[in-house]
Design a protein around this ligand. Structure first.
Ligand code: NAD
Length: 365
């Protein structure tokens, strides 16, 4: 099989679907789940991922292997490679782009600021340029983040709330991404849907995130660090289970409209939409630890520290009424049952070796 034939066959939908999606960041946590869900219902799916080592690349390779069992081809490549993107868009007539590739994490930016600029800004523009000049023009659904609400203290967060106080460079690049995609919508008529995910967790998750590194450390008898806000208040997050996020992503894609290239029919201005995808039920980090302890049948060694003020926000809480109304989005999984599923996966993936690789610099809370 040649590269182009692999791309074409992976991109071709089952006859009744008519949907063909390029998923960037397909070897990532959310990207691998979304790719599988789309493929399973009959859409054509091609993945793109640069397999960088922000966290253990062997986990990304394992997700790729799972995808390849379901005949999803994941191309090794970077969203900054304009020629590669042109070749991909030429080989496959993508109706949609699900853009999930990004430099994630908050504290990693202290040492690696340019990684955020490269993937979340420059890479985003290179990808939008490819979408803009592709025929048909694909509808774009992409991952923004709840972090855009930053130090905003009004809860729950609604899409129309202020996003002018980013607490990290990561948040600033996501906020800038919203402005950048909006300009492409305005100037080139690209259909854009930005999804503000709230702390996504679950099987095949990200080792740099707190629930994951806590699990590893609790099992290995190593201490975990829990941060508290300045006034001693526990941090809280609107933890959202991966299957709920996947349903939100798929519904966004289905309501984004068909492609509006020169061949397609345009019935008005292309939509620009932003949705919160959260769980509407924040849980404190100490409570998260208690649930993990119960599931792991082990006690955590907790070191409590004051939040260092290098990127984390004290709490997040999504108002999801827009997503409910327009996407039919309804989160179904509470933290108790979601963590049970995560721990089950963790045990089967890492077995007794507990080799879950975490970046010691980062344990996002
Ligand atoms: P992830 O790191 O597991 O997935 C991102 C994937 O993109 C990785 O596999 C990485 O190798 C790839 N990638 C990064 N830069 C790339 C580039 N320049 N070119 C090609 N591939 C590249 O992260 P995730 O948790 O799956 O997040 C998916 C998206 O959702 C990201 O945009 C992230 O910012 C956003 N998001 C995630 C959360 C969460 O809690 N997981 C919350 C809010 C927003």
């Amino acid at each position: 099989y040649s590269w182009d034939r692999l791309v074409r066959s992976s991109a071709s939908p089952r006859r009744d679907s008519g949907i063909s999606v390029l998923v960037t960041g397909a070897a990532g946590f959310v990207g691998s789940h979304v790719s599988l869900a789309l493929k399973k219902r009959g859409d054509g799916v091609v993945g793109l991922d640069n397999f960088n080592d922000y966290y253990d690349p062997s986990l990304k390779r394992a997700r790729q292997a799972l995808l390849s069992q379901h005949e999803v081809f994941v191309v090794d490549g970077d969203i900054n490679e304009a020629q590669l993107l042109a070749r991909l868009f030429d080989s496959a007539q993508f109706t949609h782009v699900m853009h999930l590739a990004a430099q994630a994490g908050v504290r990693y930016a202290i040492e690696n600021p340019h990684s955020y600029v490269r993937s979340n800004l420059a890479g985003l523009v290179t990808l939008l340029e490819a979408c803009k000049s592709s025929d048909p023009q694909p509808a774009v659904v992409w991952a923004s983040s709840s972090s855009v609400y930053g130090l905003n203290e009004k809860v729950p967060f609604s899409e129309s709330d202020a996003t002018d106080r980013p607490a990290s460079l990561y948040a600033a690049t996501k906020k800038a991404g919203e402005e950048i995609t909006h300009s492409y919508n305005h100037i080139y008529g690209l259909s854009i849907t930005g999804l503000r995910f709230f702390t996504v967790y679950g099987p095949w998750g990200r080792p740099d995130m707190a629930y994951f590194s806590f699990t590893k450390n609790i099992l290995q008898g190593k201490p975990i660090t829990i941060y508290r806000g300045k006034d001693g208040v526990a941090l809280a997050r609107d933890f959202t289970f991966i299957d709920d996020i996947v349903r939100g992503c798929v519904a966004s894609l289905d309501t984004a409209g068909k492609s509006t290239g020169s061949g397609g029919k345009k019935t008005g201005p292309a939509p620009y939409r932003i949705f919160n995808l959260g769980n509407t039920s924040p849980v404190t980090v100490p409570k998260l630890v208690r649930i993990l302890e119960r599931n792991l049948k082990a006690k955590a060694k907790v070191i409590a520290k004051e939040m260092p003020g290098n990127g984390d926000v004290p709490f997040t809480h999504a108002n999801i009424s827009s997503a409910r109304t327009e996407l039919g989005y309804e989160p179904k999984t509470d933290l108790e049952s979601g963590l049970k599923r995560f721990v089950k996966w963790y045990m089967s993936y890492y077995g007794d070796s507990n080799k879950g690789d975490t970046n010691p610099e980062e344990s996002r809370q």
